[in-house]
Write a protein that binds this ligand. Structure first.
Ligand SMILES: [Zn+2]
Ligand SMILES: [Zn+2]
Length: 76
């Protein structure tokens, strides 16, 4: 069992006190928190969901499924 403050992100070096926080943060690197409309990156998926609804009036689920097609990943 590790103590608090010992969950570093392998990708960007941010350190989190709780595994749950790190897990949540990792979604950033999976592009699960980036708005596909305006390319704003939110820190949490729940923030993105709120962002989509408030800024673009777009339901969350539909948008993400459209984004995650294999073709669009090759384009970038
Ligand atoms: Zn990171
Ligand atoms: Zn947006």
């Amino acid at each position: 069992m590790q103590g608090p403050g010992r969950f570093p992100c392998r990708l960007c070096g941010n350190v989190y006190r709780h595994l749950a926080s790190l897990t949540q943060h990792l979604e950033v690197h999976r592009n699960q928190t980036t708005c596909i409309v305006c390319h704003t990156t939110l820190s949490r998926r729940t923030d993105l969901r709120r962002h989509m609804r408030l800024k673009h009036q777009i339901p969350w689920q539909k948008t993400i499924h459209r984004q995650r097609s294999p073709k669009s990943e090759l384009d970038s």
